[in-house]
Design a protein around this ligand. Structure first.
Ligand SMILES: Cc1ncc(C[n+]2csc(CCOP(=O)(O)OP(=O)(O)O)c2C)c(N)n1
Length: 354
């Protein structure tokens, strides 16, 4: 026997197969029919708005946008297992979780356009502006979770990072800190297999990204990220553990983004094969969950059509509200930064006004 052995393989959780059959009944989360329908509602809504957002970006009506198609189960299943009081630290792709956690859609559109009001969250919405700096949100989550622990608040801080982000120093720093202080945090690694164009195999020699939790002394689990029930179940356990004072967890969701990295110019056909894309499209989270719900008479074509109409109307309303929102001005930007303006900014503002 060699004294130096490879890392232990990670546990992999799956509830539904690609056709929507239950393959692991013991992992089935405890959800009411209404909660099951709500997961489907949110996934369909998100798919429609994502498709619309892609078109709007092409028309120049939105600014920065990172497509989410394919990742709905990973995003919706995880956010649905949290409470409103829990604090979300999203990254640029995590707009759906932020909206389902309370961020008004029109503000997400303003954020996409670079308007400062997009990031001025309502007081009771516990979400911070999506992070662009890869990994910074992991450290912020660990710190916020520790604050909840010190204040004896039964709240959880949760966050998302991509596969590529787990190569960043902040990732190791944050999960280590959370582990050391047993802070109530949940870290979701959405492994969509590419960091822009770089595949996971070029990022790390780790067998799985969930295994990275081992060094931080926290539990790590790998989940079928195209299976909303598996994601929900894993997240619920992690959130419950954190709230009960049992410390942080890391969840790696195996998923795939169908679109480009962002709408700002990359072409996935230059770094991904058609076969790989087709292979993952066969695992589509909406198809399998729709099959599952229909087999239980919990979803119909009429239900789906209603959500599609609702989503289209919501996007139109949000867009109209974003269009009508007061345009940003330089004095407005300066005034919004401080309660009392410092002298140098007063001077700059006066110079600008004159
Ligand atoms: C600190 C830092 N370095 C580099 C970048 C540029 N950058 C933006 S997205 C990205 C790749 C991220 O890939 P991944 O973490 O897998 O997330 P995904 O977008 O696939 O969900 C990089 C390198 C950045 N935003 N921040």
């Amino acid at each position: 026997m060699s004294a130096i052995a490879p890392t232990k393989p990670t546990t992999y959780l799956q509830v539904l197969d690609a056709e929507g059959n239950v393959v692991n009944p013991s992992l089935m989360p405890n959800l009411t029919d209404e909660q099951l329908r709500s997961l489907m509602h949110k996934m369909v809504f998100t798919r429609i708005w994502d498709q619309r957002a892609i078109k709007l970006t092409r028309q120049g009506r939105l600014g920065f946008y990172a497509p989410v198609g394919g990742q709905e189960a990973s995003m919706i299943g995880s956010e649905a297992a949290t409470e409103k009081e829990d604090f979300l630290f999203p990254s640029y792709r995590d707009v759906p979780q932020s909206v389902w956690h309370g961020w008004p859609l029109y503000q997400a559109f303003l954020y996409s356009r670079g308007h400062q009001h997009g990031g001025q969250f309502p007081q009771d919405v516990h979400v911070i502006m999506p992070q662009i700096i890869i990994g910074a949100q992991i450290v912020q989550t660990a710190g916020t979770a520790l604050a909840f622990k010190l204040r004896k608040e039964k709240r959880v801080a949760f966050t998302y990072i991509g596969d590529g982000g787990t190569s960043q120093g902040d990732f190791y720093e944050g999960i280590n800190f959370a582990g050391a202080y047993q802070a109530p945090a949940v870290f979701v690694v959405q492994n969509n297999q590419f960091a822009i164009s770089v595949p996971v195999a070029l990022q790390t020699a780790a067998e799985t990204l969930a295994n990275k939790a081992v060094a931080a002394g926290i539990p790590g689990v790998q989940v079928d990220g195209m299976d909303v029930l598996a994601v929900y179940g894993a997240m619920k356990q992690a959130v419950d553990r954190a709230r009960a004072g049992e410390g942080p967890s890391l969840i790696e969701t195996m998923t795939f983004r169908y679109g480009p990295h962002t709408m700002s110019g990359d072409d996935p056909t230059r770094y991904r094969s058609k076969e790989l894309e087709e292979e993952w499209q066969k695992k589509d989270p909406l198809v399998r969950f729709r099959n599952f719900l229909q087999s239980k008479n919990l979803w119909s074509k009429e239900d789906e059509d209603l959500v599609i109409e609702e989503a289209k109307a919501a996007v139109n309303d949000a867009l109209a509200k974003a269009d009508a929102y007061q345009k940003m001005t330089i004095p407005g930007l300066i005034d919004s930064m401080f309660k009392t303006l410092p002298a140098d900014l007063i001077a700059q503002r006066t110079e600008f006004d004159s």
